[in-house]
Ligand binder design. Structure first.
Ligand code: EPZ
Length: 419
């Protein structure tokens, strides 16, 4: 397994081009199951998870042609409605084929994703929504077995809590249902909006895009289209934190400030200046001090849980103490013990971490546990005194394109140690 070695202490300076969003690309790829026509995606990120989704769709019958940063997906017919455990367990987002398969074929057999490092992560809201739309669903041998021989019927679905992929699954299913579906308490993440906008280009009838109430009028069929995937706000936010921590200045090309308002407000209070540029935005630490600022994660437009670990890495160097409250997942603090091994002063009490700022971190061998925790350890390594070796970087490769190349190009002393 590859590892990454970082020698900390160099301020980052330069430009980083932000790729298309992983969490938009995955549902968009699943949407290819909804039509017999071709979908062409531009600005597709080159990530392990994208490859996994292409493999999953391929075994359903989708022809996938991958180009550099682009892909054509074509599902003239669906030869298999089973999403097997050995693929689903690698990537929870595989659940996104459930809605499209039921909508297109009237049946699906999708492995339950199972838990992950972040917690149990049930999919009960996905299932309840499809049942509301008329699907009969049984759980057999760890699989979700769905059937609706006469096709889905529109329904009003009220989410008791915000679910991003739950909203996406049911929005895709509703596009081909008979009648109107209303999703109340829908997720408003920019990746959900990007999917909705692509579905409309495919002929879907969706009102309320970007709000927490979506009205979808079912249609008989969807057609193909070409779509450029929205920039990855989490990757942009990650590199913004890297600039903040190292005291350098980075321009994030292609990033959209309007998708990171809560993060930019946090950085402003920390003492980091964020300025709009022609091609994206720039991040620079003006003063020497990193002010300690509390963080509370929340569904969009609140502070994203996918940037919680990265914000915590920044706060380890704060001038005081702060609390970081994780309200979305029950176990998203696995980065804490690793940061503490680098000299951070963090104590966890349930869903809240208390971070007492320290003057400096020191390099150490650390272990990645999930996608965002692993990048947080890279950020810490960029400022730590001495060498940091991050192991299990396959987690990193799921969500970040060639992170060591991009950081090295901005002055970081970082290299990948092949296994
Ligand atoms: C999406 O996961 C993202 N993944 C996650 O990004 C992100 O952290 C998360 O949304 C929250 O923003 C993709 O988009 C592929 P949820 P998702 O359903 O949809 C509970 C990353 O690092 N819940 O919004 O799986 C759930 O347990 C990944 O890129 C139910 O109880 O998250 C969680 O506590 C990590 N029942 C909360 O809701 C359900 O049926 C939010 O989950 C569904 C969810």
């Amino acid at each position: 397994m590859d590892r990454i070695r970082i020698r900390g202490g160099t301020p980052l300076r330069g430009k980083i081009t932000i790729s298309g969003a992983k969490n938009a690309a995955l549902p968009l790829m699943a949407a290819s199951l909804l039509t017999v026509e071709k979908l062409v995606f531009q600005n597709l990120p080159q990530l392990a998870d994208i490859t996994t989704m292409a493999k999953l769709l391929g075994q359903h019958g989708t022809q996938v042609e991958m180009g550099k940063g682009a892909a054509t997906l074509h599902t003239p017919s669906i030869s298999n409605v089973t999403a097997p455990y050995d693929l689903v367990r690698k990537m929870r987002a595989s659940i996104l084929v459930l809605g499209p398969l039921v909508a297109r074929c009237g049946k699906a057999r999708v492995s339950l994703p199972g838990g992950c490092a972040l917690g149990t992560r049930p999919v009960d809201l996905h299932i309840a929504g499809l049942q509301k739309m008329g699907a009969r669903i049984d759980l057999e041998d760890g699989y979700i077995v769905a059937e609706v021989p006469r096709g889905l019927t529109g329904a009003e679905i009220v989410f008791p809590q915000v679910t991003v992929t739950g909203t996406e699954n049911l929005m895709m299913a509703a596009c081909l249902a008979k009648g109107e579906t209303v999703l109340v308490g829908a997720a408003r993440e920019p990746e959900v909006t990007d999917l909705a906008e692509c579905l409309v280009k495919m002929g879907a009838k969706i009102e309320g895009i970007g709000s927490d109430t979506l009205h979808i009028q079912g249609v008989n069929a969807l057609h193909g289209t070409t779509h450029s995937i929205v920039a990855d706000r989490i990757v942009a936010g990650t590199y913004a934190m890297a600039a903040a921590m190292t005291g350098g200045e980075l321009e994030l090309v292609g990033a959209r400030m309007e998708h990171l308002q809560a993060v930019i407000e946090f950085l402003d209070r920390v003492g980091i200046s964020v300025t709009s540029t022609k091609d994206g935005f720039s991040v620079r630490r003006a003063a020497n001090t990193i002010r300690s600022v509390d963080v509370n994660t929340a569904p969009y437009p609140g502070f994203p849980t996918d940037l919680q670990a990265q914000a915590m890495a920044l706060m380890t160097l704060g001038n005081d103490g702060c609390t970081i409250h994780e309200s979305i997942f029950e176990n998203r603090f696995m980065h804490v013990p690793e940061l503490c091994r680098m000299g951070a002063n963090i104590t966890v009490n349930g869903a809240t971490a208390f971070v007492r700022g320290v003057p400096e971190l020191h390099g150490a061998p650390v272990m990645a546990t999930d996608l965002r925790a692993s990048v947080c350890l890279v950020l810490a390594g960029l400022v730590a005194k001495g060498d940091t070796i991050v192991s299990r970087v396959y987690h990193l490769d799921r969500g970040y394109e060639r992170v060591e190349e991009k950081l090295a190009a901005c002055g970081a002393e970082i290299e990948r140690l092949a296994a």
